[in-house]
Ligand binder design. Sequence first.
Ligand SMILES: [Zn+2]
Length: 103
Amino acid sequence: MALCSVPDCGARAAARGLCAKHYMRWRRRGDPAVTGQRGRPANRPRYQPLALRLHELGLVEDYEQLIQQLAEHASRPNGSLNVSKLQRAAEERAAWLVAKLER
Ligand SMILES: [Zn+2]
């Protein structure tokens, strides 16, 4: 019987080497270790690399400002983060910047 690959979990693996709880976290947050507490940008790791990449390419001067803008754009009225909206916004911003470069 395979066990969940998250350290110290010990539950039986249900999918992708993760137990049901950690698999759901992974599905929702992109990271089985993230519990997604309210009012916090729980999914930073998923859009941060993209923003950082834009910064490294010289497309974005202020990396923290971009992160802030994206997070504000994707925040729900209750303060939680709409992660898919955030991801979409980051990708749209990337596409927009690249299109601007090619002009
Ligand atoms: Zn687990």
